[in-house]
Design a protein around this ligand. Structure first.
Ligand code: UD1
Ligand code: UDP
Length: 370
């Protein structure tokens, strides 16, 4: 008897970071059911990634859309439970820290099936972040904890999670990036399109609830980034997440001229922008990792990070959103030689994860595995 997997995803970063696992399942002809919660539904956060990463359409899409945390998570919980009861997978994989992850983990934990948490053990120690709650709860109900680094393993151990459940795998963000970086170089015309060839520019993303839902913080962030860019006579390219765009409009915030707002980008175009930027400013988790991997200095527009490895290797600093802190952080990081080592693995995380899942289940090893 084989092992049946279900893979649950719902947002942009989950599509990107689960793509290497989905590809590996396809290549090895492993049986899996792909379930989309519909948390992200705009083409620019959803369909475009399925197309560009050549992923199969999900068998199920719950189409829950946007709502308050409880209502959104509750709808997903009920929908996922129904599908899992029908499909009866042996193991359910979730990735990251979104409401889709929490719903997937909770639904699975009450059924006779196991949960694998990809990107387990990340901690910001800031319980005001909804993502922190999602991470902690998911880790404590998961059967397989795929920790990207020794640091994430250490956090899990400190919380009493037994070693027998934890595997250090690296982060699948590396697999996805390695697979697509050269493709982006060949295929993407974004630098030409935006007039950025041979120019110096900063790349920024800011979408996190604690920054953009708070008018004063969002205003301070924009002002600080603009001042820092002006001091160095560069423009900032800001591909904007729909959440941040909605908040800009709601607060009627005007964006300084040296911050160029563009639509949120497809993956290959975004990778190209990241690779060629002179500095990255972000409140995104995945973008902190990618900046570190492609060797571009990063300034994180938050007070905490669940990616301390990027700080430890010298690739990233925490600036918060106060303008003077942003300016001094940019001074520190701009022009920094990127001699750090990528702490997130060698790009084989998907293989390690699937080998772990299939090897520890009786009878069958990974089909086609040698
Ligand atoms: C979610 C995750 C966050 C992650 C981000 C990735 C949670 C609690 N948050 O935040 O950790 O970093 O995804 O991008 O799960 N919207 C659209 N189109 C969409 C989806 C959302 O326009 O397809 C807009 C709506 O105005 C919506 C808002 O974005 O109200 C927030 O969407 P939601 O999925 O609740 O959270 P994100 O900010 O995307
Ligand atoms: N990303 C993208 N286009 C953009 C901005 C980000 O393709 O315009 C990708 C980026 O390469 C990374 C992921 O989206 O892999 C990060 O997702 P996001 O910032 O939405 O979520 P987080 O990582 O903070 O949860």
């Amino acid at each position: 008897m084989g092992v049946d997997l279900a893979i649950i995803l719902g947002t942009r970063p989950e599509i990107i970071k689960l793509s290497p696992i989905i590809h590996e399942c396809e290549q090895r002809d492993l049986s899996y059911t792909l379930i989309h919660t519909g948390q992200h539904y705009s083409d620019s956060l959803d369909t475009v990634f399925f197309e560009q990463l050549e992923l199969p359409s999900p068998q199920y899409n719950l189409e829950v859309g946007s709502d308050a945390h409880g209502a959104q998570t509750g709808q997903m919980l009920a929908g996922i439970e129904e599908i899992l009861l029908d499909e009866k997978p042996d193991i359910v994989l979730v990735q990251g820290d979104t409401n889709s992850v929490l719903a997937g983990a909770l639904a699975t934990s009450k059924l006779d099936m196991e949960i694998g948490h990809v990107e387990a053990g990340l901690r910001s120690f800031d319980r005001d972040m909804p993502e922190e709650t999602n991470r902690v709860v998911t880790d404590h109900v998961a059967d397989y904890l795929f920790a990207p680094t020794e640091q994430s393993q250490a956090y899990l151990r400190e919380e009493g999670i037994p070693d027998s459940r934890i595997t250090i795998t690296g982060n699948t963000v590396v697999d996805a990036l390695y697979r697509n970086r050269e493709l982006a170089e060949r295929k993407s015309s974004v630098l030409d399109d935006l007039g950025l060839v041979d120019t110096t520019f900063f790349l920024m993303t800011a979408h996190r609830a604690e920054n953009v839902d708070d008018e004063a913080r969002f205003r301070s962030l924009l002002s600080g980034v603009s001042q820092a860019a002006e001091e160095h006579s560069v423009d900032v390219i800001y591909p904007i997440h729909p959440r941040a765009k909605a908040k800009l409009d709601e607060f009627e915030l005007s964006v300084p001229e040296n911050i160029r707002l563009i639509d949120s980008q497809e993956y290959l175009d975004f990778l190209r922008l990241e690779s060629e930027a002179d500095l990255i400013l972000t409140d995104s988790g995945g973008v902190q990792e990618e900046a570190c991997i492609v060797g571009v200095p990063c300034v994180t527009l938050r007070d905490s990070t669940e990616r301390p490895e990027t700080l430890d290797v010298g690739a990233n600093v925490l600036a918060g959103v106060a303008p003077d802190q942003i300016r001094s952080s940019v001074d520190t990081m701009y022009g920094k030689v990127s001699d750090w080592k990528n702490p997130f693995g060698d790009g084989n995380s998907a293989t390690t994860i699937l080998q772990t899942v299939f090897k520890t289940t009786p009878a069958d090893s990974l089909a086609g595995d040698t």
